[in-house]
Design a protein around this ligand. Structure first.
Ligand code: GDP
Ligand code: MG
Length: 457
């Protein structure tokens, strides 16, 4: 989906003039891409109309000032905003508090990934200093408690369940009471599913919900759900009034668009995406960064979060870096260091997609290829002098009399030769650096990235 949207937008950015025809062609491609990934037809057609109306309104007020580039921006912004709107119901999800027994209940049909997600959630919160545990209230499926026991043991989180008790409501109540007494911060209640939506299941959800009074109920949805999402999420909403959605198996070939209908139908935010079978394969979800990333525009927030996790190992270094970010003073050397940190953080393709300014094609192909491109970037910066590394990149520009850049400096040729690359490779790296620095400057200032990163915990 990202690839298709990206290609439609970049094609649009090359059209000589923004007329009705160009806009229609762009919308047609965007809508086709959305439909193909199972986004509900009604949502797609409403997106189309809203974009059209927004563009028209902006042009009517003369916001384009008669300029072609400005007109393109208006269209691109309208599309970006409406895509964000698709995954953003405008509702804040519940945020667990420390020193309070936050009860989280997971619901969803069998096989959607509830049990796996419960453990992932426990690990997520545990890492952030919440004492976390799991209560297995699935008495329907044979072996459910064994599964919880195994994965909780592996994850080193406390768990509760029973081989003999057959009443899920009683187990849930006992478990939650026990863990509350033991002063756990996050108590996750895993429930049973059925193969299909049936009244017994929904009754059970109502009863467990009444017994444990969850602070947040999470609907766990498989990314491959497709058009069934709307009816299924409504049915669960009526019995177990969930306040958050987690979409699992986003790592597979599933199209994921169906889950978006669940967001719209129930006005409930997605809070995490399951992206693999391992315990750490849980990504925080936020509408704007998600769409940015989808369109190859980077995910600064996600990157900061990742960095934060890594930074636990080296807090001083991270503080220093965050300060530079805040002040908008990142040199090429800082940027390079960040990329090196990032490279030690996990699969290149995943991390690279979060870095603003890395073009989408840099992510194309295997992780090996991605790593190769990142390495090239390091070779190029290796060939820079200390003075150049500590600069903001302006050294590489030839400046005119008015102090404005008029071309490339000889330094670019020297670096290209030294690193065995081409001038355009060096130019590209400098361009990426500049985009990164710009984003940092915008995001910095008073708000401060360090604070932002701390708040995210
Ligand atoms: P439950 O019946 O809802 O409790 O589902 P389970 O947690 O038992 O998961 C069903 C299957 O989906 C298991 O094989 C999990 O390993 C797998 N699974 C869950 N989440 C993910 C995910 O995010 N990605 C992938 N690839 N597999 C997942
Ligand atoms: Mg289960």
């Amino acid at each position: 989906l990202g690839r298709k949207l990206n290609s439609a937008l970049s094609q649009f950015s090359r059209v000589p003039s923004v007329d009705q025809e160009a806009l229609d062609a762009l919308l047609k491609e965007i809508c086709a891409a959305l439909l193909e990934s199972d986004v509900n037809v009604k949502l797609v057609s409403s997106l189309r109309q809203k974009v059209k109306a927004k563009v028209k309104a902006a042009l009517d007020t003369g916001a384009d000032k008669g300029r072609e580039g400005q007109r393109k921006n208006i269209v691109q912004k309208a599309i970006f905003d409406e895509l964000v709107h698709l995954v953003d119901p405008g509702v804040e999800p519940y945020k667990p508090r420390k020193g309070y027994p936050n009860v989280i209940m997971a619901v969803g049909l069998q096989g959607n990934g509830k049990t796996t997600t419960c453990t992932k959630l426990a690990v997520h919160y545990q890492k952030r200093g919440f004492k976390s545990c799991i209560v297995c209230a699935d008495t329907f499926r044979a072996g459910a408690f064994d599964q919880t026991r195994q994965s909780a043991t592996k994850a080193k989180v406390a768990y509760f369940g029973s081989y003999t008790e057959t009443d899920p409501v009683s187990i849930a109540a006992q478990g939650v009471e026990k863990f509350k007494k033991e002063r756990f911060d996050v108590i996750i209640v895993d429930t049973s599913g059925r193969h299909k939506q049936e009244s017994e299941l929904f009754q059970e959800m109502v009863q467990i919900s009444e017994a444990v009074k969850p602070d947040m109920t999470v609907l766990v949805l498989d990314a491959s759900i497709g058009q069934a999402a709307e009816a299924q999420s409504r049915a669960f909403k009526d019995s177990a009034d969930f306040g958050a959605i987690i979409v699992t198996k986003m790592d597979g070939h599933a199209k994921g668009g169906g889950a978006i209908s669940a967001v719209a139908a129930t006005k409930t935010p997605i809070i995490f995406l399951g992206v693999g079978e391992h315990l750490a394969d849980l990504d925080k979800f936020a509408p704007q960064p998600f769409i940015s990333k989808l369109l190859g525009m980077g995910d600064v927030q996600g990157l900061m979060e990742h960095m934060h996790d890594v930074a636990m190992a080296n807090p001083n270094k991270q503080k220093e870096m965050a300060k530079k970010f805040e002040e908008g003073k990142i040199s090429i050397r800082d940027w390079r260091e960040q990329i090196q940190t990032v490279m030690g953080m996990g699969p290149i393709s995943k991390i690279a997609s979060m870095i603003p300014g890395l073009p989408q094609d840099m992510l194309a192909g295997s992780d090996e290829e991605g790593a190769h491109r990142m390495k090239k970037l390091l070779y190029i910066t290796d060939s820079m002098t200390a003075e150049e590394l500590d600069s903001d990149g302006m050294l590489f520009m030839e400046l005119g009399k008015d102090g404005k850049p008029i071309g490339l400096s000889w330094r670019v040729w020297r670096v290209a030769r030294g690193s065995g690359t081409h001038v355009r490779d060096v130019e590209e790296v400098l361009c990426q650096y500049r985009m990164m620095a710009n984003v940092a400057k915008q995001a910095g200032g008073k708000k401060g990235w360090l604070q932002a990163a701390q708040k995210m915990q």
